[in-house]
Write a protein that binds this ligand. Structure first.
Ligand code: NAG
Ligand code: NAG
Length: 531
């Protein structure tokens, strides 16, 4: 080997292999932050230099320990009005218990983008105007910015710093995939915000078209409003977010093809669902001592948790009554309910088979053989956790992508999706939980899904790292992006071609009919003459 080659290889080992990556990780929604932080860990564990830039849109709590890898750098960015943010209650999520975005998507279409744009406005403007910050970030020579297409500031910041930006979805899908060339999933997945099985009935198909367009409008308004806010703060126009966003060789989505619906997609939509899971660590985490006693009380134990965003204690009274009725109806089952406050009034209404806990060791409990069922809101984190422990689940989605996740998991036969408004119906809830705990089919199907996930022929972490490393090397590579998606609606659906074909056919039919009429009249005339 030539000396020069050795030097080349050596420089490559020390510089080419370690990438410098900026993750734009806004503090606004806990599940989003959790996923992006896990992604930081995975990338850092490969030896890359990762910086998590964390602008605070809210005074989001409990985010400190989310990034575990000490090699990752964290930059917290506080807006000048942060003291005010600390005084305000973050965001009132309790209203989502009653929200009917499931039955009225139009309301959410116009309400949600405004809420988001207002919440991001101040911090985002300060980020875009902070030249000191830009200098600092420039000096680090990042090769790529990873951002979630939710807060567009990450995209515009990357554009300002002239760094390629790659979108990352902490959800399974957000209909953003079409920007990168993937076909529409209309009819393949439940309509956005609904638990109607896709396409099966005429009503479902109409609902699908309606909700898809609401969703697209919502997305457009959400990014459009954020962009106008930034333009106002900067005093000049910004490039179209659609053009900037689409300028990427790939996007990452927190979807797993073995869990997800079967959807038409393109190879640049990289599905990395599962990077937050660790199949090897199973059983290592034993449940804390106090739970040993609880799990031994009765033959069956059920865990109920609606997550940390929409909280159990804020549940409407009629839902609580339904849940309590169910507890009384199933005295031979022990229930552990994540309930965030001390509530003597509620406690006095509970039978002895119920244990309230402000916090629960969810992964350890799910991994425990003695736990029979998980009742969950179906946040994607919990959905993945229950799928990866092979436990049956009752999915009771509250808002956002939760209905989608519920139907996605239920499709595999180990879980059921349940309408949150039916929580008021104690009898129905009792029957559903009894069915899930007594009918062994659910447990078997859930175990089968776990086996499938264990044996999936690719490793989501490897997929993330390899595809990211490749994208950093070839940021302009576009071969996975179909050209047809850059054309208009008429071209996409071949409407012009279909029109030409149809007109030609009609013309042909017309001429042919005329000819036939002419021929027949000729024959008839001849006949008449002969007679
Ligand atoms: C952190 O970086 C050092 C030096 O590159 C490496 O030896 C160590 O394994 C890394 N730690 C983790 C947790 O990735
Ligand atoms: C609970 O278990 C006891 C003892 O096995 C049994 O007698 C009783 O009928 C059960 N109750 C219900 C509601 O299933």
């Amino acid at each position: 080997m030539h000396v020069f080659d050795v030097i080349l290889i050596f420089t490559c080992l020390s510089s080419c292999s370690a990438m410098k990556i900026l993750v734009y990780n806004p503090m606004f929604g806990f599940s989003h932050v959790k996923f992006l932080s896990k992604m930081v860990d995975v990338i850092a564990s490969r030896g890359h230099e990762v910086t998590s830039f964390q602008p605070f849109h809210f005074d989001l709590k409990n985010t400190e320990g989310l990034i575990k890898n000490k090699n990752a750098t964290v930059i917290n960015y506080y807006p000048t009005n942060f003291k005010e943010l600390q005084k305000n209650e973050n965001f009132d999520y309790s209203k989502f218990w009653e929200s009917s975005s499931q039955s009225n998507p139009l309301q959410e279409t116009f309400h949600f983008p405004k809420t988001i744009a207002n919440a991001f406005e101040k911090t985002s403007a300060e980020i875009m105007l902070d030249t000191k910050l830009h200098q600092n970030l420039r000096s680090k020579n990042f090769q790529v910015v990873l951002y979630e297409p939710f807060d567009v500031t990450g995209l515009y910041l990357a554009n300002l710093l002239s760094i390629p930006a790659i979108p990352v979805l902490s959800m399974v899908r957000f209909d953003i995939e079409t920007l990168f060339g993937a076909p529409s999933t209309l009819g393949y997945v439940p309509p956005d915000g609904s638990m109607t099985p896709p396409s099966r009935t005429l009503f479902a198909r109409i609902e699908g078209i309606f909700r898809l367009n609401c969703h697209r409008l919502k997305r457009r308004l959400m990014f459009g409003m954020q962009t106008s806010n930034l333009e106002r703060a900067l005093g000049h126009e910004l490039p179209d977010w659609r053009v900037l966003m689409a300028d990427t060789p790939l996007m990452f989505a927190n979807a797993n093809p073995y869990l997800d619906f079967a959807v038409p997609t393109t190879d640049n939509v990289v599905r990395i669902g599962g990077i937050t899971m660790n199949l090897k660590r199973k059983n290592e985490e034993a449940v804390p001592e106090e739970y040993e006693k609880i799990l031994a009380e009765r033959e069956r134990t059920v865990l109920i948790s609606f997550g940390s965003v929409v909280r159990s204690f804020e549940m409407p009274e009629r839902f609580k009554s339904g849940v309590i009725e169910m507890f009384h109806n199933l005295p031979n089952t022990t229930f552990i309910w994540k309930y965030e406050i001390d509530d003597p009034t509620l406690q006095s209404r509970l039978p002895p088979n119920v244990h309230l806990r402000k916090w629960v060791p969810q992964p350890a409990l799910l991994a425990d053989e003695r736990l029979s069922l998980f009742v969950t809101h179906g946040g994607l984190g919990s959905t993945m956790e229950v799928a990866y422990t092979g436990k049956p689940a009752l999915m009771i989605p509250i808002f956002a992508d939760q209905p989608h996740n519920a139907v996605m998991l239920a499709r595999h036969g180990g879980a059921l999706a349940f309408d949150k408004f039916d929580l008021a119906d104690g009898g129905k809830l009792t029957a559903t939980i009894a069915d899930l705990t007594e009918n062994q089919e659910y447990a078997e199907n859930a175990k089968m899904l776990l086996e499938v996930l264990r044996n999936q022929p690719y490793d989501p972490k490897e997929e993330l790292l390899k595809r990211l490393e490749f994208a950093v090397k070839f940021p302009k590579h576009r071969s996975f992006r179909p050209e047809i998606n850059q054309l208009g609606v008429i071209e996409f659906y071949h409407l012009d071609a279909l029109a030409v074909i149809l007109i030609t056919l009609l013309l042909f039919l017309y001429v042919f009919t005329k000819f036939l009429v002419f021929l027949i009249s000729k024959i008839v005339k001849n006949k008449l003459k002969k007679e």
